[in-house]
Design a protein around this ligand. Sequence first.
Ligand SMILES: NC(=O)c1ccc[n+]([C@@H]2O[C@H](COP(=O)([O-])OP(=O)(O)OC[C@H]3O[C@@H](n4cnc5c(N)ncnc54)[C@H](O)[C@@H]3O)[C@@H](O)[C@H]2O)c1
Length: 415
Amino acid sequence: MEEKTCRIGCIGLGGRGLSMTELLLEVPGVTVPAVCDIIEERLAKGVKSAEKKQKGKVTVRGYSDYKEMLQKENLDAVYIATTWTTHIPIAIDAMKAGCHAGLEAGGASSLEECFDLVKTSEETGKFCMLLENCCYDRKELAVLNMVKQGLFGEIVHLEGGYRHDLRDEIVLGRENKHGRLKNFMSRNGELYPTHEIGPLSKLIGINRGNRFISLTSISSKSRGLDQWIKDNKGEKYDLYGYNWNCGDVTSTFIKCANGETITLHHDCCLPRPYSREFTVQGTKGIFKEAPDDTDGVIYLEGISKKRHKWESFNEHYRKKYEHPLWKSDKTTSVTVGHGGMDYLILAAFAESAAVNGKPPIDVYDTAAWMAVTPLSEKSVALGGAAVAFPDFTNGKWINREQPMRSKYSLDEIWE
Ligand SMILES: NC(=O)c1ccc[n+]([C@@H]2O[C@H](COP(=O)([O-])OP(=O)(O)OC[C@H]3O[C@@H](n4cnc5c(N)ncnc54)[C@H](O)[C@@H]3O)[C@@H](O)[C@H]2O)c1
């Protein structure tokens, strides 16, 4: 990535977009000549911070209309960190304007927009990459490395969750101009599936010899947000007593073509510590994320010292099975951005854009992972009925072309 400069425009400068724009400028060869937000103060802050980060060598132009930015700037790619419902429409416009698109985590609003996304990428030849940073987290990558070496045998069952107490962020969406509120008011289902389904999909070759075939979701009642409002804002607050559509905990079950099952939990409205519940189970053993997310427990038949007893992953396995990316000094020195994984996803995105290559998370992965949300809403609305999972590859999953060889590949391990 050192030789070629990659010009990336950044759209959406809330907490996430601003910090990721700064981190993007840590990636060798990246320049950010333009940024965009519809809120004036955020735009001004974004221009200032991008100029400072580029040490005054680049004049950064600010736009309140992303379409104007796409038209006027000669960009290689755009990074999109707006609200969930705008990610796909903006990515489609960006590809049509000749840019590769990288979009932040979040579910889709409808199945139709997922199909439109795929069609636009195929027609324009521009890639669309979901910037699912959890695919590059240290433990997820170490476990991917172990799965590729066969340590868990054949994978049978996977689990993940987005269990994150976001009650204040959701409820105070108007005061803090944050995008989650309306989704929890209006929708019921697995609203934020990609942190879990992304890394899990890569363990079992989804869209490369395997695919999701059906999905079932059930949502609990909704009580957490109202209780939070009562305790923190009082009964006079206008949203107290609101009939929230989104259940506090949504449980989703996915069946795959090769027989694996996956469970997901969306859980953002009750008091609890953070967890992604990353769990991998195969014919030779099991890995389970520790409740505090800093370690995991593991049991491998014939390798673990005591029968039926968990071992600490960090103590006994981490060093031996560290993914090559996490052996790099650059990764471990960039500790901002969720401890390093944010840097890796941005570096993978920028490298793919710079060489006009195939990204490690392509448009088929992006569509399938984001489609969990509208499918889950449909299943919840049908009382937990199974819904068929569309094949966004249109049959290509059966015999896909080889993925691009890259140290950022999530389909293979390259030193
Ligand atoms: N991967 C991660 O770990 C991670 C962490 C936090 C947030 N996120 C994702 O990043 C995204 C942004 O999160 P956030 O917390 O910063 O949200 P936010 O709502 O605070 O910020 C979104 C920003 O986008 C701007 N925006 C909305 N529509 C726009 C448009 N049409 N043109 C230009 N700007 C527009 C808004 O004005 C706002 O400043 C979300 O999708 C969120 O899910 C991912």
